[in-house]
Design a protein around this ligand. Structure first.
Ligand SMILES: Nc1ncnc2c1ncn2[C@@H]1O[C@H](COP(=O)(O)OP(=O)(O)OP(=O)(O)O)[C@@H](O)[C@H]1O
Ligand SMILES: O=P(O)(O)OC[C@H]1O[C@H](OP(=O)(O)OP(=O)(O)O)[C@H](O)[C@@H]1O
Ligand SMILES: [Mg+2]
Length: 287
């Protein structure tokens, strides 16, 4: 089973990091290569441009892919299914025009020219919004933000996240076209491969663990109910007997809680009688 992942650009590192955290360690270095093996002899990695990954998966060069939803939509591939939202590489594809110009609504683009690296998504957008006559869509391969200033286009459809690039180029958002994040997706005929589900579960377990903490504490048996009552989250805590040499009747309580609840929970369990509270990070969590 082969996974296509971005070979460079801003998605490369977080993707490799996610695979590593999921236990799919890459063998013999990941840099500047076409292929890499992983610790799992049945799983290999193909490095490709973020924009080419959907095509590679659809054509069978890889079975699953990791890239932006914007790229999957732009590639117009059939027969691929999304398996997981990996929730990084969050950005918006927006229609933007010069701040001080006369374009402030989609309709203002009737018969005008729009430059973009995403011609398919852009044409679909204008077809859906019914702008008449439909704008002329010009495909560029970078520096899209410059095109309105050199009279190549009246507006652009481009990626934005912090908004810095638009601002620097004195462009303002007219309308959102698409909201994107990185997705795990597979060719439909690869879905039966149990390895595909294994990889999905492994990546999902990393996402599950993010923002969660593992709490361990000792609790006198007669205060257990009180402690249990103040622990939020997943299916209640695990209670274990501990080697009780002093005969003081304590049990160990373990629980998974949201990171944002940790501070308050510690205060509450201490009040309820817990001691020796330990907080650790969780690498993976399979539900
Ligand atoms: N500013 C951004 N914030 C968040 N995600 C982004 C941003 N820019 C791009 N992305 C996401 O990353 C994907 C790839 O963009 P990136 O710029 O890393 O590669 P690229 O420009 O396609 O690479 P190349 O240099 O090969 O052209 C985009 O399709 C989008 O999903
Ligand atoms: O809203 P912002 O945070 O400013 O991000 C938007 C910019 O990020 C991307 O470019 P990138 O940095 O990937 O450079 P590239 O044009 O070389 O791909 C995108 O093409 C925008 O230009
Ligand atoms: Mg880019």
């Amino acid at each position: 089973m082969r996974i296509a992942v971005p070979n460079k650009g801003r998605l490369h590192e977080p993707t490799i990091d996610l695979l590593e955290r999921a236990g799919l360690h890459l063998e013999n270095g990941a840099d500047r290569k076409l292929y890499a093996d992983t610790v799992d002899p049945d799983v290999s990695v193909l490095f490709a441009r973020a924009a080419d990954i959907p095509e590679y998966v659809a054509d069978g060069a890889a079975d699953v892919g990791i890239t932006g939803y914007d790229q999957v939509r732009e590639a117009r591939v059939d027969d691929v299914a999304e398996l997981l939202d990996l929730e990084f590489g969050r950005c918006r594809l927006v229609l933007a025009a010069p701040e001080d110009g006369d374009i402030s609504a989609v309709e203002d683009l009737a018969g005008k020219t729009v430059a973009t690296e995403f011609p398919n998504i852009t044409r679909d957008f204008f077809a859906e919004t019914g702008v008449d006559p439909e704008p002329d869509v010009v495909e560029v391969t970078g520096a899209t933000e410059l095109t309105p200033h050199v009279e190549m286009a009246d507006a652009i459809v481009d990626i934005t996240s912090t908004g810095t690039t638009l601002k620097m180029n004195r462009l303002a958002v007219v309308e959102e076209v698409l909201s994107s994040s990185v997705r795990l997706f597979a060719r439909e005929d690869a879905l039966e491969d149990p390895k595909v589900e294994e990889v999905r579960t492994a990546l999902a377990s990393v996402k599950q663990a993010e923002g969660k903490r593992y709490l361990m504490m000792n609790v006198p048996e007669d205060r257990l109910e009180e402690v249990r009552d103040v622990i939020p989250g997943m299916g209640g805590p695990t209670v274990m007997d501990i080697a009780d040499e002093n005969g003081d009747g304590k049990v160990a309580v373990h629980a998974v809680v949201d990171e944002s609840d940790v501070f308050e929970t510690i205060t509450e369990v201490k009040k309820a009688g817990a001691s020796d509270v330990l907080v650790t990070e969780i690498e993976r969590l399979v539900e």
